[in-house]
Ligand binder design. Structure first.
Ligand SMILES: *Cc1c(COP(=O)(O)O)cnc(C)c1O
Length: 392
């Protein structure tokens, strides 16, 4: 039994910038409150056994969480949304669709936590993971066999900003009848809509851009297919990694400005990328908006803009110099995470990607001098000036 189907199709025709504010977000029936109330309750009164108003226990359903799940479904052009206690919990639920002996083909350049979950937890349960560069789609096809049950794509990738052709992977996944999931955290539904490009599941670390204010840890899954949604709801309820009503409320609030924030993230990201690319101390800037980016054309076709994430290396791949730049930055706070309104810097090799062996991570470009920036929505002049002083 679901509360989260988009029965009400009136949101389907809306433009994205309207959906973020109204999609799935109905006024509360009790008093007409415009924002969904925070239903801070674990349980619901029943008049007689089974005589309830659709809610029994908050692990299974909670009205505030369900409002958020509808909003997720709406902004991703899906039919069903699921909210979890973290991005990792959302990924965990997807892998629990599998059983021992099943194989997964995953991007090799992916979030370190996903790599850790796959190799340190699920390989122990007999699921096999292949990590492969997916800029060349043939790399995927050669690994497919009768045990292949899931293709896991992250695009743009973290932290190398590689772009994977979602449509091309979906054609392959359909040809072999393999489930296809996309971690779309870096892009958000403002930039790309994987379900419309043929993916079966979209996953988000809501902690990042969708929440947008660095105050919530949360994950989301969105699907179109009812049967798949039923399986995932079963896992969500059975395993229980749900998020609470307070966090659901904060994210409902965050979503309302997603389009405005993303527009500014993209503008500032572009300006920072162009500034760094012209700086004599910088070796290389990884940002999909450059025409020289290996998959710029795919980025252009499947994304509306290029986002606020970028990475760069210093000339001579100088570790000490990279650390000094990070330490000198004043406005860019050195911190894990990304996608909030404030600008952050990060050192993937020692932070987000420390759980990936050095040899493995250098193969995908995560060298010691690589610095990752999450460009926030501050005044661009201040951001550029901060980078200028840090580089000098
Ligand atoms: C942060 C992140 C995750 C994990 O999400 P949490 O909310 O931290 O559990 C997964 N994928 C990507 C791309 C991320 O950036």
């Amino acid at each position: 039994m679901f509360h989260v189907t988009l029965k009400d199709k009136k949101y389907k025709h809306m433009k994205f910038n309207t959906k973020t504010i109204h999609g799935g977000q109905e006024h509360d029936p009790a008093y007409g409150s415009v924002m969904p109330p925070i239903y801070q309750t674990s349980t619901y009164a029943q008049s007689t056994p089974g005589g309830h108003k659709g809610y029994e226990y908050s692990r299974t359903h909670n009205p505030t969480r369900n409002a958020l799940e509808k909003a997720f479904a709406s902004i991703e052009n899906g039919n069903y949304g699921l909210a979890f206690g973290s991005g990792m919990a959302a990924i965990d639920a997807i892998i629990k669709l599998l059983k021992p002996g099943d194989e997964v083909i995953s991007t090799n350049d992916l979030y370190g936590g996903s790599y850790r979950l796959f190799t340190k937890i699920f390989e122990g349960f007999g699921i096999k993971f292949h990590f492969v560069g997916m800029r060349n789609i043939e790399n995927i096809e050669t690994l497919i066999n009768s045990n292949t049950k899931l293709i896991w794509v992250e695009t743009p990738t973290n932290p190398m900003l590689n772009i994977i052709d979602i449509k091309a992977v979906s054609v392959l996944a359909k040809k072999y009848n393999i489930l296809f999931a996309v971690d779309s955290t870096f892009a958000t539904p403002y930039l790309q809509l994987p379900l419309d490009l043929g993916a079966d599941i979209v996953m988000h670390s809501v902690t990042k851009y969708i929440g947008g204010h660095s105050d919530v840890v949360m994950g989301a899954l969105i699907v179109k297919d009812k049967e798949l949604a039923e399986k995932l709801y079963f896992i969500q309820n059975a395993s229980g990694a749900v998020c609470g009503p307070q966090d659901s409320f904060l994210v409902l609030r965050g979503i309302k400005t997603l389009h405005v924030r993303m527009q500014r993230h993209c503008e500032n990201g572009r300006a920072v990328a162009e500034f760094l690319a012209s700086h004599p101390k910088i070796e290389k800037v990884y940002w999909p908006g450059f025409e020289t980016h290996p998959n710029h054309n795919i980025a252009k076709s499947q994304m509306k803009d290029f986002g606020g994430m970028l990475s760069f290396t210093t000339k001579g791949n100088n570790y000490a110099e990279a650390i000094k730049i990070i330490e000198n930055l004043q406005l860019f706070t050195l911190a894990e995470s990304l996608g909030g309104v404030e600008s952050l810097s990060g050192h993937p090799a020692s932070m987000t990607h420390a759980s990936i062996p050095k040899e493995e991570r250098e193969k995908s470009g995560v060298v010691d001098s690589l610095i990752r920036l999450s460009v926030g929505i501050e005044d661009i002049e201040d951001l550029i000036n901060d980078l200028k002083q840090a580089l000098n």
